[in-house]
Design a protein. Sequence first.
Length: 300
Amino acid sequence: MTTHQSLAGVWLPLITPFKDGRLDETSLARLVRHYTAEPVDGLILAATTGEGLTLDEAETERVVAIVAAARDRALPMYLGLCGADTRKVVAALARTASWPIDGYLITCPYYVRPPQEGLYHHFATLAGATERPIIVYNIPYRTGVNLANATLLRLAELPNIVGVKDCCADQMQTFDLLRARPEGFAVLTGEDALFYGAVAHGGDGGILAAAHVETARYAAVRNAFVAGRREEALREWHDLVDLARLLFAEPNPAPIKHWLWRAGVIDSPELRLPMMPVSDALAARIANEMARRTGARDAA
């Protein structure tokens, strides 16, 4: 089982490829082989970037099975879960207990906006329902509720609440968490365009959708920082930050899927409603950026 000590570096919230309305199993296996050859530290399956809310139970189980079989190395896999009914999330933990996953990324309950004590008991109940590690996903601009640091630090006392995907959108809250967290509790940013700053302030890495592109360079930013080569890390980041902005210029994961389709990694950029393909304007920007990066590599 994966432990919290390994929750560091660049984790990829893997997209889910579709074709003609169905799960594209061929592209998914190719995608996994592609990223297991890259310096990725872990995979998150069927989360927001993976359009998990549009997958039925059978499709989600199939995604896990394909990824587990296609890995070329023992890359840890966490399954994305969410829900506003604690009982249903507990049931999902039971249903997936035999699946070949290492842990869970579980989002704060959405829409219902529970109080902090409700958030604590929600996650404490989930932690008691599985022996697997849980990463809490705090993203208040999607869920409508912010998990306060005081509540998260109480949860960190539970043995299998091992980290947080931090999208609180408040840099002071993040900094205060990094100062107060217990040893071994991982803080991974989910704000791609803030990755450099998160690592600079002591974060352990990120769960980064944008790292589907230029994966090795995202890893290089953190590796250089950890090694004390801050100027090198900043040079890498100067180029990557605009890429992160481009890949979030329209709702995720449409731009990433379009890029990967143009690159031949997946066979279709298809999404499921209510998500839509990228606009013609963004498609042109992506094409230009791909050409620029290819030209820069060729020149080097």
